[in-house]
Design a protein around this ligand. Structure first.
Ligand SMILES: *Cc1c(COP(=O)(O)O)cnc(C)c1O
Length: 421
């Protein structure tokens, strides 16, 4: 096996299906297995451990996810987007924790990335790889966040982006795309239709393909959220980390991060992963529970970012949950709305529905006794609430309308106990 000397610590790409290892010259999936043969980037951890220590990290002033560049498949001389991706805050939420019957609950707010979701971690690596391969046009199919994030990162690096969105893609996310200058192709069909069309178009016109399911580098970007959690919690990992699951790339990436940190000797333990799906779009949970292959479903949930009927990375997701000795659960849309309200009111964090799904999962897990009140838990808030105003509106009441003369104001204030200082 040859080693790509430009990628200092990468030793190859391993097929998660058949186990064959390839050089980084293989563009996307396993040549033997085809599209189902997702590749996993392999590293020389012994060499990385010499460079990446608690002390060396403490001296780094790069407060973005590029601070872990030894664990990313990018060249040392890579041109990076100027936008700050990652190093999003981990916040202790004592009031929210108490309301849920927990002693310790942290939220990591990835809605604070440049385009407002965790997807920026993946897209930033995607555009760097596209540029490395001297490609000027990068494409993806997405329900919204992967797309808006790709468009933002492409704009930052001076690349062009072509985006296929399904008919139901939300207005705010489509508007982001247009603002970032993407060519937006709204496929009058499902996400699956958009995905297929994007695949074909990339083959036909030779664009760089950002789809997480086939591009092995994107999940490497997603894992940085887990790397940060270890360092931000001073190397004391929580007992449980909750992640919402759509395609399954995020949870697989987060687990890889915790596994790597332990392999490098930077942490003593790995957390258990709590994979959370919306009850109306839960084929990964079903596959996890049955131990059988994934059966596609017709998704129905207000959490559009995880409304995936044919998840591409279900296998990686299931393996991650099993390896962590965690579990998967489902939450109803009503529980997601409740989690949006409680994260907003008790922690000051505004999450889109898929972003609040992990929080809803934590509440459900406490109720079901999956973990006790003494467990330390972290939930990843994967996307910002402003991305789905309609969804947020269905979680809350309307404002009070009052005429300019203030008629009725006093009654409203009295009713809410606000009529005194
Ligand atoms: C993409 C996304 C997820 C889920 O990530 P997968 O890799 O599809 O499992 C969760 N929340 C938000 C906001 C997302 O955009």
């Amino acid at each position: 096996m040859e080693r790509n000397h430009h990628l200092e610590f990468v030793t190859g790409l391993k097929c998660v299906f058949c186990g064959a290892v390839y050089s980084t010259r293989v563009p996307y999936t396993c040549p033997a297995c085809g599209i189902t043969g997702t590749l996993d980037v392999q590293y020389d951890y012994a060499a990385i451990a010499k460079r990446l220590t608690r002390q060396s990290l403490a001296k780094r002033h790069e407060y973005s996810h590029w601070r872990y560049r030894e664990l990313l498949p990018i060249r040392r001389d890579a041109v990076l987007p100027a936008l700050q991706v990652g190093w999003t805050p981990v916040t202790a939420t004592p009031t929210l924790a108490r309301a849920m019957g927990l002693k310790t609950l942290y939220l990591k707010d990835d809605g604070r990335n440049p385009s407002g979701s965790l997807k920026d971690r993946a897209s930033s690596v995607g555009v760097v790889k596209a540029r490395e391969k001297r490609q000027r046009i990068i494409a993806c199919a997405s329900t919204g966040n992967a797309a808006s994030s790709l468009a933002a990162m492409a704009a930052s690096l001076g690349l062009r982006s072509v985006i296929f969105v399904p008919e139901r893609a939300l207005e705010p996310k489509v508007t982001q795309l247009l603002i970032f200058g993407a060519t937006v192709l709204r496929v009058l069909g499902s996400y699956e239709d958009a995905f297929q069309m994007c695949q074909r178009a990339c083959e036909r016109w030779g664009w760089y393909n950002r789809n997480s399911a086939i591009n092995p580098y994107l999940v490497e970007g997603k894992k940085t959220v887990g790397l940060e959690i270890c360092e931000q919690l001073d190397w004391k990992v929580p007992d449980w980390v909750a992640v919402s699951v759509g395609d399954g790339c995020t949870i697989a990436g987060v687990w890889k991060a915790f596994h790597e940190m332990k392999t490098l000797g930077l942490t003593a333990h790995t957390p258990k992963m709590l994979g959370v799906q919306a009850a109306g779009a839960a084929p990964v949970t079903t596959a996890y529970r049955s131990g059988e292959a994934l059966k596609p479903i017709e998704p129905h949930t207000l959490a559009d970012s995880i409304a995936v009927g044919v998840p591409r990375n279900w296998k990686k997701a299931v393996l991650a949950v099993l390896a962590s000795r965690g579990t998967m659960i489902n939450v109803e849309d009503e529980e997601i709305l409740e989690a949006m309200r409680s994260a907003g009111r008790l922690a000051g964090i505004f999450a889109e529905p898929a972003g609040a799904t992990a929080v809803a999962g934590v509440r459900r897990a406490v109720q079901e006794g999956i973990f006790g009140g003494n467990a330390s838990v972290l939930a990843i808030v994967t996307g910002n609430g402003l991305k789905d105003i309609r969804g947020a509106q269905s979680a809350v009441a309307k404002p009070f309308d009052i005429p300019p003369d203030g008629a009725g104001l006093e009654d409203i204030l009295k009713e809410r106990g606000l009529n005194r200082g």
